[in-house]
Ligand binder design. Structure first.
Ligand SMILES: Nc1ncnc2c1ncn2[C@@H]1O[C@H](COP(=O)(O)OP(=O)(O)O)[C@@H](O)[C@H]1O
Ligand SMILES: [Mg+2]
Length: 368
C-alpha cells in the first residue's frame, strides 16, 4: 500500500528546510518511491545568524536557544504546509512528516538536532517522526551518516558499482558495490563540502549566503600550503566510520590559514576551499563503475571544475535515476527513513555509522 510521507531536511549549511513529499510503497530495502512535490523554505537572515552564532560556540542566552528551536520548527511547518499546498495534498492524507531538525552540534557520540515535533505536528496536523540520530548513537554508532539506507534503497545496481557524492555544508559519499547487500555499503563524511567557502563569504559580508556559482573562487589562486596544511589533519587519513560537522572543519581551515586571513585575499581563500573539498573527496573515493553527485555544491561551478582537476567527473544524480533531484536527495532519504520507522523496521546502516546493531531510528509524535 502506498503512503504519503513528507521528508524534511535542514543541513549543516543552515540555508533552510527542504521538503520532499513522497508516496512510498513496500517495506524496508524493498521500498519504492513516487515523488509528489518538492519545496525549499529558506531560513530568515535572523534565524540563520542565530544558528551560526550558536554553532560557533558564541555565548548565547538560553532564551535564544529556546526561541531558535521554535523558529526552526516553524520554518519546518511553513515548508511542509507549502509543499502540501503545491502538491494539492491534504494533511489528513499524510502518514507522517519525517523531520531531521537543525544540527547544532555533532561530535560523536554527542550530537544535537534542535526541533519541536509537537509544534510541527500541531501546525501541520499530522504525525511526526523526528530525532533520527539518537538510537544509532545509543547503539554505539556515530548517528551519521543516515542517508546511506536510502541510497541503498534507491540507487543500488545489480551489475554496476556506484559512488554517490553529496556536497552540502559537509561532503559525504556512499559506495554501493554492484549487487551488494546493505551490509556491504560503505559511507562516511569525506570532510568539508561548502562549509569553509560559506563561512568565508559570511565573514566577509554577513548578508551573503555563499559564493554564487563559485565566481569568487574562479577568480582566485589556491594557496597550496594551506591545502596541504588542512589535508594533513588526521580526520582525512582516518578510516571510516567517521562523520564531522561544519564548525570542526572551519576550525581546521582557520588554524591552517591564520597567516593569510584578513589580508583581502577572499577569492584566493575561496579557491583554496574548493581545492580542499575536491581533493579530500578525490582521496576518499573508492574505485567504482559510476560516480554521481548531488547537494548544493553542484551549483558551485568552480568546485565542480576542481573535482575534474582531481580526476573526478561525477555525473549529475539525475542520470542515476530520472526522478532524483540534486537539492532534495536528502529530504527524500528522510521520507524513506520515516517510513521505516513507522513500519518498525531498522534503518541505520551499521557499516556506515559504526553502530553495534541495526536499530529502528526516530521518535514518533502522534497526530494531534
Ligand atoms: N548557486 C549557487 N552557487 C554556489 N553555491 C551554491 C549555490 N546554491 C547552493 N550552493 C551551495 O549549497 C549549499 C547548500 O547545499 P545543501 O545541499 O542544502 O547543504 P546542507 O544539506 O548542508 O544544507 C549552500 O550553502 C551553498 O554553499
Ligand atoms: Mg540545505
Amino acid at each position: 500500500m502506498e503512503r504519503l510521507i513528507a521528508g524534511a531536511m535542514s543541513g549543516t549549511s543552515a540555508d533552510g528546510v527542504d521538503v520532499a513529499l513522497v508516496a512510498i510503497s513496500g517495506r524496508g530495502v524493498d521500498m519504492t518511491t513516487r515523488d509528489v512535490g518538492f519545496y525549499h523554505n529558506a531560513y530568515s537572515a535572523d534565524l540563520r545568524a542565530t544558528i551560526f552564532n550558536l554553532r560557533a560556540g558564541k555565548p548565547v542566552p538560553l532564551a535564544e536557544l529556546a526561541r531558535c528551536t521554535r523558529d526552526v520548527s516553524l520554518a519546518y511547518s511553513t515548508a511542509v504546509k507549502r509543499a502540501l499546498a503545491s502538491g494539492g495534498v491534504d494533511a489528513s492524507d499524510v502518514a507522517a512528516v519525517a523531520a531531521h531538525g537543525q544540527t547544532m552540534f555533532h561530535a560523536p557520540p554527542d550530537t544535537m538536532q534542535i526541533f519541536d515535533p509537537a509544534l510541527l505536528a500541531a501546525e501541520v496536523g499530522c504525525a511526526v517522526v523526528s530525532d533520527f540520530r539518537r538510537a544509532d548513537c545509543a547503539a554505539g554508532g556515530q548517528g551519521a551518516p543516515l542517508v546511506p539506507f536510502a541510497d541503498y534503497v534507491l540507487f543500488r545496481h545489480p551489475t554496476r558499482s556506484r559512488v554517490l557524492i553529496n556536497i552540502g555544508g559537509i561532503a559525504n559519499l556512499t559506495f554501493l558495490p554492484a549487487g551488494g547487500s546493505i551490509d556491504d555499503v560503505v559511507a562516511f563524511d569525506t570532510g568539508p563540502g561548502n562549509c569553509i567557502s560559506d563561512d568565508l563569504v559570511r565573514r566577509h559580508d554577513p548578508g551573503d549566503l555563499y559564493d554564487l556559482n563559485g565566481l569568487g573562487a574562479a577568480n582566485g589562486y589556491p594557496i597550496g600550503e594551506a591545502v596541504d596544511g588542512v589535508l594533513s589533519h588526521p580526520y582525512f587519513a582516518a578510516a571510516p566510520p567517521k562523520s564531522t560537522d561544519g564548525p570542526a572543519m572551519n576550525d581546521i581551515f582557520f588554524q591552517a590559514t591564520k597567516q593569510y586571513l584578513g589580508r583581502g585575499f577572499l577569492d584566493d581563500l575561496l579557491a583554496t576551499a574548493c581545492v580542499i573539498t575536491a581533493r579530500s573527496i578525490a582521496r576518499a573515493l573508492p574505485p567504482a563503475d559510476e560516480v554521481f553527485v548531488s547537494g548544493g555544491g553542484v551549483y558551485n561551478q568552480t568546485l565542480m571544475a576542481k573535482l575534474a582537476d582531481e580526476g573526478i567527473r561525477p555525473r549529475p544524480i539525475e542520470e542515476a535515476r530520472a526522478d532524483a533531484h540534486p537539492a532534495f536527495k536528502e529530504a527524500v532519504a528522510f521520507a524513506l527513513l520515516g517510513a521505516a520507522t513507522l513500519d518498525g523496521l531498522p534503518s541505520n546502516v551499521p557499516s556506515a555509522t559504526g553502530a553495534r546493531r541495526r536499530v529502528v531510528l526516530g521518535s514518533i509524535t502522534p497526530k494531534p
